[in-house]
Ligand binder design. Structure first.
Ligand SMILES: NC(=O)c1ccc[n+]([C@@H]2O[C@H](COP(=O)([O-])OP(=O)(O)OC[C@H]3O[C@@H](n4cnc5c(N)ncnc54)[C@H](OP(=O)(O)O)[C@@H]3O)[C@@H](O)[C@H]2O)c1
Length: 297
């Protein structure tokens, strides 16, 4: 193992799983707040020069979708400008760069899975800031891969799985919307897929990681297979949560309009991952299996 990877956003749910999945492939170094701020471009350059990694993975982001509506400058600094600076600094040093984006770049009006060539149309500032981030990264670095993810969950952090389980611990009835559709994706499986993709670089004709990244440069969708409404997803979580079964917690259907939220969300943001499957030979399995495996932990 003579490669070094730098993971930005150490304590986030995806970064945590990336550290675990990528450890067999390279020496891992991490950077996160407060000692590393993605919005500080001097610090970015200093950290890259000190660490001298072969690859940087940016799993840091401003991920509070509702808060971003009233915190535009910070959301854009972290999600758009920061990744652009990082990509630029990587390109200047010939460091391969992996960045993550979101299904919320889409407006949700399509009713079949979105491909990478579908035009984006974010409904909220988080989605717009992430879209600008993708564009900045791909403009700044010709050795960059951007993976759009969707409906990420893990057994850590304040994600939908955690929320449903804590609602179930306190309430007899839970109401969840059945008019938003996406791909629930376990962060561990996403990280494992990234590990498979990067391991593939070892077999590529170009052994230099930056040259390999140049050969596969671009935007990819990466998610578990199968789609679900938030209601379907909550039902599966409750089915796998013994305390909810014991307490016979009832799940009721609701509509997006029933709940006030600062940010609008796409009604449908299911991702078509065919391009990643064809390019890297990966094969995603069904989200229900991932919920079950995650909750067995
Ligand atoms: N969560 C989802 O449902 C979802 C869906 C689709 C795509 N994605 C994308 O997937 C990626 C990973 O998401 P995640 O859910 O793992 O995120 P997360 O758990 O919210 O973690 C994000 C990390 O970024 C750090 N961070 C925030 N601002 C920073 C800054 N200025 N400098 C350095 N670090 C900073 C956070 O630190 P603090 O905790 O201290 O703020 C946190 O450790 C992101 O690009 C996200 O947009 C997420």
């Amino acid at each position: 193992m003579n490669r070094k990877f730098l993971i930005i956003g150490r304590s986030g749910q995806l970064a945590h799983e990336l550290r675990r999945s990528l450890a067999p492939l390279a020496e891992i170094e991490t950077a996160d707040l407060p000692e590393f701020d993605l919005t500080d471009s001097d610090r970015i350059r200093a950290v890259l020069d000190a660490a001298a990694p072969d690859l940087v993975l940016n799993a840091a982001a401003y991920t509070d979708v509702d808060k971003a509506e009233n915190d535009r400058d910070r959301a854009f600094a972290v999600n758009a400008d920061g990744p652009g600076s990082l990509a630029c600094a990587c390109a200047a040093r010939k460091i391969a760069f992996v960045h993550f984006s979101t299904d919320y770049v889409f407006d949700g009006l399509k009713r079949e899975p979105y491909t990478e060539t579908d035009p984006p149309g974010p409904l909220n500032l988080y989605g717009l800031s992430k879209l600008r981030g993708e564009e900045n990264v791909l403009n700044e670095c010709d050795g960059a891969l951007v993976f759009r993810l969707a409906w990420l969950f893990s057994t850590r952090g304040n994600n939908f799985v955690h929320k449903v389980r804590s609602w179930a611990a306190k309430n007899a009835v839970i109401r969840v919307v059945d008019d938003q559709f996406g791909n629930p994706s376990w962060a561990r499986i996403i990280a494992a897929s990234v590990a498979v993709i990067l391991a593939g670089s070892n077999n590529a004709p170009k052994t230099d990681l930056f040259e390999w990244a140049r050969s596969v440069y671009g935007l990819y969708h990466l998610a578990s297979s199968g789609s679900a409404s938030r209601f379907d997803w909550a039902a599966e979580i409750l089915r796998r949560t013994p305390v909810a079964q014991e307490r016979q917690v009832r799940l009721e259907r609701a509509k997006t309009i029933d709940f006030a939220s600062a940010a609008a969300r796409p009604a449908y943001s299911v991702l078509d991952c065919g391009k990643a499957e064809r390019t890297f030979g990966i094969c995603a399995s069904d989200w229900r299996r991932h919920v079950s495996l995650a909750l067995e932990e």
